[in-house]
Design a protein around this ligand. Sequence first.
Ligand code: SIN
Length: 296
Amino acid sequence: MQLQAQRPNNPLPTQPLSDFLGVEVVGTDLRRLIEQRDCTSVLDTIAAHSVVVFRDQTLTPSEFVEFASLMGELEWHVLDQYRMQDHPEIYVISNITQSGKPIGNPRDGFGWHTDQAYLARPTAYTLLYGVETPPEGADTLFLSTHGAYERLQADVRRSLQGLRTVQSYTYMREGNQAYRESNKVTIELRPDQRDRVPDVTHPLVRINPTNGHASLYLGGDSFASIEGLEETEARALIDKLVAHALNPDFVYNHKWQPRDVVIWDNRETMHTATDYDRHRYRRHIWRMSVRGEVPF
Ligand code: SIN
């Protein structure tokens, strides 16, 4: 197993948000870490708890980009129409319109998934900043795919070794009916956008190099098939694993407050957006992703 070089572990002070994953970091202003140009304590806290929440952060788009860049190489979202004009690293999710034009993707992230599993080097970390958040609804739910793997019987774990899933962005947007309905997909991909995301395969069980955790790497909406298995067999297996992973005891339900920064490790979690009253409330989220390694 190829693990990252060990360095001193220095997590931030936290309080738990659920029994299994997710912590709130206490007393840390991300702007201080930007000044110090050091995010190792944040990486260590994520390695220990998978999902971290920083409350009441005041960040400009440049500061948010600067902080995320400390965590690694940034990944630009394929739907470039929703990237912030002056800061294209930031992808905007919002129901707000300006001069009749949406300022971001009004509906994104519905259905359990890990981010950008359809890339050869999928997202390691996702960062969301809640610029405006509704007072009710729009929770983001997280589950631990590491916990899900650990709870499998040993013979089931053995049977998954060596299996590789096919992850496909075009299948997700054009063929996956459940995804299309829950995300109300109407956007057609341009040929250049389609070219950026050819289908890829990834191990069904992957190792997180930051902490050695083995996790189910299911992908979610972009899951198209499993190499070497019939379509119905592959679908039945993945549905069984997703149902197993969806144990409410291992889910953290994030209730947004304005100015929350939420960061998670996609290598050992899945997440889903939930709905809110879009006629009554405004939601404005900045999102960034940090590229990970080729999964192993
Ligand atoms: C996402 O899936 O990245 C967004 C989740 C959310 O908006 O709650």
